[in-house]
Design a protein around this ligand. Structure first.
Ligand code: NAP
Length: 349
């Protein structure tokens, strides 16, 4: 790429906003030049507006940038969104209407029928919704979303199994506290404890994977017709969501077929060597006690989903464990990979 593409972040002062700033450090295609947040932060230098939570000092490339109001106008064409869900609907729409490409991490537009809910290894063809979205809404810009962090890990682990006909899924999550933002869950609640409830999480996880794994016929996405039951739990882990998954598969494949499907899984980001694409989007670990968040979550820049413990399930057909980085593959890294795919498709020309 001759010249880097300028990018901005809406919600730049929050936890996910900070993950974006960290993930974009040294990006070969994108240069971060614009930061937006609420009126509470606008007008202040980033170092004064945001308390940096991710280790080390506030990165030098953003420390002296002045935070802007979240209004379209002087922002770059490509903006990542990590805004509070209470305000994301209207602000993201205003940016898309004004011609910006909004690559959002917020839940607000994920299930809109004309908005791609994208994981580039799984459903790159869903980007073909964009012309329909623009025609329907009269937008010059666009909104593209990435899934909830728990969905991201689950959908990645299920994608290699789609050719075997997924009909039922039962998933139990052990979710890291970083997924709750900052300050997040009170320490008195989470230290040495498990909280068997995360507000709104099971509802999101029970519908997003079917849209991602669904098929696009040129006009709409038909969700994968699979039943999904999710149990979502918060556990005292800093980063990395672990999920135990049981599946029913209509083709009744052998264990060898499934292992090969996990090991050979790859997609458009790997073919095109997109900058944030991990060489292997899924790594199958054969050790009986892996993956583990503390040992594996930072590998491959947090962009790989680790799978292990594949075995027969006496209730459904097979069961296994999956683990991925919730603020990278489940948030900032996911959105940056989405933007890279959009660039490679010419959507930002
Ligand atoms: N945490 C995760 O792992 C995770 C994962 C996936 C998705 N998400 C989603 O990502 C979004 C951000 O999550 P978070 O944990 O980063 O939240 P957060 O730390 O509370 O940050 C929220 C951000 O929204 C901004 N904001 C609030 N009100 C605003 C307004 N009226 N106008 C413009 N900006 C406003 C805040 O700016 P100020 O600092 O100026 O208030 C801040 O930058 C949420 O929608 C969340 O559901 C989070």
């Amino acid at each position: 790429m001759q010249r880097k593409i300028e990018v901005g972040i809406l919600g730049a002062t929050g936890m996910v906003g900070q993950s974006f700033i960290k993930f974009l450090q040294g990006h070969p295609w994108f240069e971060l030049t614009w930061l937006g947040a609420s009126d509470r932060s606008a007008g202040k230098k980033y170092r004064d507006a945001a308390q940096w939570h991710l280790g080390g000092e506030t990165p030098a490339n953003v420390a002296d940038l002045v935070v802007q109001e979240s209004k379209p106008g002087n922002a770059p064409k490509l903006v990542f969104s990590a805004m509070d869900a209470s305000v994301a609907t209207e602000i993201e729409q205003a940016f898309a209407s004004a011609g910006h490409a909004v690559v959002s991490n917020s839940k607000n537009h994920r299930m809109d029928p004309d908005v791609p809910l994208l994981i580039p290894e799984i459903n790159p063809d869903h980007l073909k919704l964009i012309p329909l979205q623009q025609a329907k809404r009269g937008w010059k810009g666009m909104i593209v979303t990435n899934p909830n962090c728990t969905t991201a890990v689950l959908a990645m682990a299920l994608a290699p199994l789609k050719p075997f006909g997924i009909t039922k899924i039962v998933m139990t999550s052990m979710q890291a506290i970083s997924g709750a933002g900052y300050p997040g869950v009170p320490s008195m609640d989470i230290v040495a404890n498990v909280i068997p409830y995360i507000g709104g999480e099971e509802e999101k996880v029970q519908q997003e994977p079917q849209k991602i794994l669904g098929s696009f016929d040129g006009a709409q996405v038909t969700p994968l017709p699979a039943k999904l039951s999710a149990h979502c739990n918060r556990v005292p882990v800093v980063d990395g969501h672990t999920e135990t998954i049981s599946v029913e598969l209509s083709a009744k494949p052998s264990e060898t077929d499934l292992l090969a499907a996990f090991q050979n899984f790859s997609g458009v980001p790997q073919e095109r060597r997109l900058p944030s694409a991990p060489p292997h989007p899924i790594i199958y670990m054969s050790q009986v006690n892996r993956p583990q968040p503390r040992k594996d979550v930072e590998r491959e820049r947090g962009m790989t989903v680790f799978v292990g413990r594949l075995r027969r399930c006496p209730v459904l057909d097979y069961k296994f464990v999956a683990m991925g980085h919730n603020t990278v593959r489940g948030a900032a890294g996911a959105a940056v990979l989405n933007a890279e795919l959009m660039v490679s498709e010419g959507l930002l020309d």
